[in-house]
Ligand binder design. Structure first.
Ligand SMILES: Cc1cc2nc3c(=O)[nH]c(=O)nc-3n(C[C@H](O)[C@H](O)[C@H](O)COP(=O)(O)OP(=O)(O)OC[C@H]3O[C@@H](n4cnc5c(N)ncnc54)[C@H](O)[C@@H]3O)c2cc1C
Length: 388
């Protein structure tokens, strides 16, 4: 499928209208996690869209999932981010690289929404540079002993299950990383309770996790010892598709408000859309959204076909996130003072959009990935030419 399924998207739109739209502004204002909406997203089946039915999923593809994420982000980017982190960053590596026992134990309750998941990679001293991760996991009998701490973790204070990135061979850098499933209640594992006070994405929980001699059974290792970097590359590339979908959803929400307002608001006796400078902003919004839509669909299609999508995911995420910041800024401009105030969600869209340039790899890191992939492809084709 190279486009969204109309019926699924229409059901998603109804769900968003009924469950998420009524609470979006209030949750942002109060900086509250939407527990009830989370449970209802689970009942709707959102978290299991790309996973097989045997784990409680819908057995569809990532195209369908990004289509739904986009619908949620049009109204509430925080909720879309909560869902993305849970369904892609937590469930994703368990499904793609976890053993059968791990999948059976964790996927069903995560996909149904009975349990909440988080993904813990970032630390105080380790952000873009994943090779500097300081959390350690040492084998002791049948368990790994985890020590360290994580920060800026989505769902940290509300999660029951965390997928944690730790170093099992510190001297090996990236090639010494491993992923573990850690459960709430394991002695020594806790959330500090600190909730980051953020510019945007305020209805999403962001916090810190601490690991103090946490005994994690060997069976909770995802993908094998020192195999974490490969799992991370795939997981983060997939999450970038979801983040691009969030950026596009925010942009579409801002565009829809802008066109309506430009048709309704009059100055100098005529509606705003008759002014060429306003028209120019509307046209740029539409053109950029169309371009981002194609980049996203191409990269998701590649993933769904089992092809390499590293460069394309970085392109979609980079383009869509920078676009979301530009479009939401212009949406405020079109609305004037009204757009700057909290009566409308435009200022919230603007605050939320900025995160898409940072989370799941900053714009600078996306540019590095794209350039590295270009160089890799060029060297490959030159070597092939030399071999002829
Ligand atoms: C709301 C929110 C939710 C988050 N959720 C999660 C989560 O669930 N799990 C998780 O693990 N993390 C999460 N993060 C962390 C996020 O992934 C990191 O913020 C991000 O990877 C960047 O790391 P950093 O903030 O440490 O910035 P740094 O890596 O310190 O970067 C600072 C600046 O330097 C630039 N820079 C860094 N390295 C290079 C380089 N090699 N070349 C050029 N420029 C460079 C960056 O692009 C950036 O502009 C979240 C962050 C936020 C804000």
């Amino acid at each position: 499928m190279i486009d969204y399924d109309d019926r699924l998207i229409s059901n998603g739109r109804d769900f968003v209208k009924r469950v998420i739209a009524p609470i979006a502004s209030e949750m942002d204002e109060k900086e509250e996690f939407p527990f009830d909406a989370f449970r209802q997203m689970g009942e709707f089946g959102l978290f299991g869209v790309p996973y097989p039915e045997q784990y409680g999923g819908m057995g569809l593809d990532y195209m369908s999932f990004t289509g739904l994420i986009r619908e949620i982000a049009k109204v509430c980017a925080s909720t879309a981010m909560t869902a993305l982190s849970h369904a892609t960053l937590t469930c994703g590596p368990i499904f793609t690289h976890g053993g059968e026992q791990l999948k059976e134990r964790f996927l069903l309750p995560l996909i149904s929404g009975e349990k909440i998941g988080s993904f813990a990679m970032t630390e105080a001293e380790s952000g873009s540079d994943v090779s500097s991760i300081g959390t350690r996991a040492k084998l002791s009998g049948d368990d790994y002993i985890l020590n360290g701490s994580k920060m800026y973790i989505t769902n940290a204070n509300v999660a029951d299950v965390a997928v944690v990135v730790a170093s099992t061979s510190p001297q090996a850098g990236l090639l010494g990383l491993s992923l573990f499933v850690v459960e709430k209640g394991m002695p020594g594992f806790s959330a500090t309770g600190r909730r980051e006070r953020k510019l945007g994405m305020r209805a999403s929980d962001t916090g810190e996790l601490v690991f103090n001699d946490v005994r994690v059974p060997k069976e909770n290792l995802i993908g094998g010892k020192n195999r974490g970097f490969k799992v991370l590359q795939q997981t983060l590339a997939t999450a970038r598709l979801g983040m691009a979908a969030i950026a596009i959803g925010i942009s579409e929400g801002a565009r829809d408000f802008s066109i309506d307002y430009a048709m309704q608001r009059k100055q100098q006796g005529k509606p705003l859309h008759r002014f060429q400078m306003i028209k120019s902003m509307l046209a740029d919004m539409e053109m950029k959204i169309s371009a981002a839509d194609l980049l996203l669909k191409k990269s998701v299609w590649l993933r769904d076909q089992g092809k390499n999508f590293t460069k394309e995911a970085a392109e979609a995420k980079l383009f869509a996130s920078e676009m979301a910041v530009e479009i939401t800024k212009d949406a405020i401009q079109i609305h004037g003072a009204y757009g700057y105030c909290r009566d409308l969600p435009i200022e919230r869209f603007f605050r939320d959009a900025k995160l898409t340039e940072i989370g799941d790899g900053t714009s600078e890191i996306q540019r590095l990935i794209i350039a590295d992939e270009m160089i890799k492809a060029r060297s490959h084709s030159r070597n092939n030419a030399l071999a002829l």
